[in-house]
Design a protein around this ligand. Structure first.
Ligand code: AMP
Length: 353
């Protein structure tokens, strides 16, 4: 048998790292967490933790010495950090997909070159670029987003033709911007794909995702969309994974449009909140397949044995956990975060049916 990794390094110490580390433990794989954060729930279930900045080469060197392979649990890791680690050990998914996913312009350009449709978009450098979009797209409203570091609706703003465009443009304070045409969608969905070193793929979903205040509130699977749309969403996600020679897991967030098309919104080159339900509703979860594929093990076939709805516990939602603990259909997952804050993901519930 080929040598497979026995010690996995995870950049980032949040709940995605925690759930990957729990899956790793079941496979006899130890995890080392590298984080620059103060509260790192992944550490509580891992073998070791290094707390340092992501550009601290000495600490990164020590991290690389300790582990057989490195992965990451969020995409705002500097790509230089990944390249530095790649000079010392293996890192999956690699720097190329991370670089694509970190910038909305690179991401949309790449998706379009591999025939994955997106909404119409344009790079914005001036106020007149925004005005140009209104006339070119013949629309009343559009969305402006920062090209980097946006999440949970942060760094984006819907603007109307009649708004003070100059004021809105200035409020972005010189950050790189993209304008997007507003998608008239019926559903937001996501597919997660795991691809192993031999190129074998397994997928999860599509899940139907509902956002509240720009934060994922629920994910349900199966999604209430037609079979051809499900197939199309899966085909597009598999195409993406193949084109970037993925080893690991990625999620593709998509819109189902009113006229029955599918267009991509965002790539996450990691495990995804919209796949938390896979822990309780599938024989092999996204986290297990993440660990398997980055460690050189074969991807597992994830048979979904139950219909499912995942409910995120955001901020004070965690106060309702007592009700879920009494519900025999509810699987309770708490992330052990020390402080409850508005908008913070504190845990999730999976309801099986
Ligand atoms: P994002 O940060 O791109 O994932 O956007 C966060 C949320 O904003 C998405 O889940 C959608 O609900 C909404 N959104 C983003 N872009 C668009 C768009 N071009 N048209 C309509 N809704 C959008």
């Amino acid at each position: 048998m080929e040598k497979t990794a026995k010690i996995l390094g995870i950049l980032g110490g949040g709940q995605l790292g925690r759930m990957s580390a729990l899956a790793a433990a079941r496979l006899g794989i130890k995890c080392v967490i590298f984080t620059d954060g103060e509260d790192h729930p992944a550490s509580e279930v891992s073998w070791k933790t290094i707390v340092a900045h992501y550009d601290d080469q000495k600490a990164l060197g020590q991290f690389a010495e300790l582990v057989d392979v490195v992965t990451y649990e969020f995409e705002n890791i500097p790509v230089e950090t990944i390249r530095y680690l790649q000079s010392k050990t293996s890192v999956f998914p690699d720097d190329k997909i991370l670089e694509i996913a970190q910038d909305r312009i690179t991401e949309k350009s790449f998706l379009n070159t591999i025939d994955i449709p997106t909404t119409r978009w344009k790079e914005i450098k001036t106020v007149s670029d925004i005005e140009g979009c209104f006339s070119e797209w013949n629309c009343e409203e559009l969305i402006i987003k920062t090209t980097r570091f946006g999440y949970d609706g942060k760094g984006q703003s819907k603007i109307n033709k009649t708004d003070n465009i100059n004021k809105i443009f200035t409020s972005f304070d010189g950050q790189n911007l993209i304008a997007e045409e507003i998608v008239n969608f019926t559903h937001e969905i996501s597919v997660i794909v795991a691809r192993d070193k031999d190129g074998k793929m397994e997928t999860y979903g599509p899940a139907h995702n509902v956002h509240e205040n720009h934060i994922l509130a629920t994910s349900s699977c199966p999604a209430p969309i037609s079979s051809p749309l499900k197939v199309r969403a899966t085909v597009l996600t598999e195409r993406l994974a193949k084109k970037v020679s993925l080893q690991g897991v990625l999620a593709l967030e998509m819109f189902v449009t009113k006229d029955g098309g599918i267009i991509a919104n965002e790539i996450a080159p990691r495990t995804h909140n919209s796949g938390h339900w896979t822990i309780d509703a599938c024989t092999v979860s996204q986290f297990e397949n993440h660990v398997r594929t980055v460690c050189g093990l074969p991807v597992g076939m994830p048979i979904q044995h139950s219909n499912v709805k995942m409910i995120n516990l955001i901020g004070n939602d965690i106060d309702n956990v007592g009700d879920y603990l009494k519900n025999y259909k509810a699987c309770v997952h708490l992330y052990g975060k020390s402080e409850t804050r508005e908008g913070r993901k504190m845990g999730h519930i999976t309801i099986l049916n």
